[in-house]
Design a protein around this ligand. Sequence first.
Ligand SMILES: Cc1cc2nc3c(=O)[nH]c(=O)nc-3n(C[C@H](O)[C@H](O)[C@H](O)COP(=O)(O)OP(=O)(O)OC[C@H]3O[C@@H](n4cnc5c(N)ncnc54)[C@H](O)[C@@H]3O)c2cc1C
Ligand code: SF4
Length: 326
Amino acid sequence: MDANLSVPKSCYAVINNKDDVREQSSSGGAFSALADWIIARGGVVYGCAFDQNTVARHVRVSDSSGLGRLRGSKYVQSDISDAFAQVKNDLDAGHWVLFTGTPCQVASIKAFIGCGCQRLLTADIVCHGVPSSDNLTKSLKTELDDAVVESLKFRDKRYGWGTKGSVAFRKGQNRRVQPFTPLNSSYYARFLEGAMYRPSCYRCPYARPQRPGDFTLGDFWGIDGSASQQLDARKGISLVLVNSARAARLFAEAFANCRCIKRPIEEAMNGNDQLRHPVLPPAAWKYGYVSELESFSSMQADLERRNILHYKKWQLKQLIKKVLRK
Ligand SMILES: Cc1cc2nc3c(=O)[nH]c(=O)nc-3n(C[C@H](O)[C@H](O)[C@H](O)COP(=O)(O)OP(=O)(O)OC[C@H]3O[C@@H](n4cnc5c(N)ncnc54)[C@H](O)[C@@H]3O)c2cc1C
Ligand code: SF4
C-alpha cells in the first residue's frame, strides 16, 4: 500500500447543528464545521468555489462569512491555479491551514508541502470523478441556449438529500431559476453515469478505503435505518472518516458543533462504491476505457452532439406540457 495513505481509524455519521448551514451543504455540513473550527483558531481554509463565469477554482477563505462559496459539491474539475503556493505562504507565516479537495488534490498538496507540517490539516472528499471545466461551460451554453448563468447548485436541499439541483440564469431582461437535474441536463445525467470524466478518473488510485487526507468527507449513503432516523436523513448526513492519528486527536474538538454517531466502516464502504473501486465507463459507451487524450476530445465532440439532441427533446416535452396545460 502507498505509505502516504492511511487506513481509517473510525467512521462517523455527522450533521452540523446549524440548520441553515446543513441546508446549504451537499450532505450534513461536516465540511463547514471543520472549516469554522480552523478559522476560529486563526487559520485559513482552501476549497472549491465557482467564479462569476461558473468556472470552479480553489480559493482561500479566512473568515466564516466567506465559507458559503465553498459549500456544496461542484461536479467538475476545480482549477488549482496558484492555491498550492498560497498554502505554502500561509504555512510559512505560521497559520493553520485546512486544505479540502479531491483525493488527488490532497495527495498533491501533501507531496508539495511535505507531510511533516503539523499546521496543514487536510480533508479529502469521496470522489467518483470530474469532467473538465470546458465540458461544463459548453454544456451549459448549449442546454440553456446561451443564457448567462448566475448560479449553479448541483445539490439543492429544497428537493431533499439527493441529486437534484438548481440553476439561476439570465436571458436578456428575463431572469429564471429552474431545477437542474439528470432529467433536464444531459451534463448532469452523464456525470452520474460516469460517462465523461478525465481519463485518469477511470483508473483512480484513491477509489479505495485507504485515504490521503487526515479526514475524508462524503455522503453517508447506505446509513442504517435507525441512525438515519435519529439524524433525519431527509436533510442530509455526512460521512466522516477519521484517518490519521492527528485527526483522531482533533475529532471531538473540531466537530463539537455537530451531532456525531459512530458507525462501522463497512456500512460506509457498502453504501459508497468509490471507497472500493474507480468508476467504470458505462458498458455501452463506445469509447470504452478512455486512455488517450485524443479519444477524449472526440468523446467530447460526440457528447456535444448528443447534448443538443437531448436538450431539443427536453424542450419539445416542455412545449407539449405547456400546450396541454392551457
Ligand atoms: C466531483 C465530486 C464527486 C463526489 N463524489 C462523491 C461520491 O461518489 N460519494 C460521496 O459520498 N460523496 C461524493 N462527493 C462528496 C459530497 O458530494 C460532498 O462534497 C461531501 O459529502 C461534503 O459535504 P458537506 O455537506 O460536508 O459539505 P459541502 O459544503 O457540501 O462540501 C463542500 C466541500 O467540497 C469541496 N468541493 C466541492 N466541489 C469540489 C470540486 N469540484 N473539487 C474539489 N473539492 C470540491 C469543497 O472544497 C468543500 O470542501 C463528491 C464531491 C465532488 C465535488
Ligand atoms: S476520481 Fe480520482 S483522479 Fe479523478 S478527480 Fe477524483 S480523486 Fe482525482
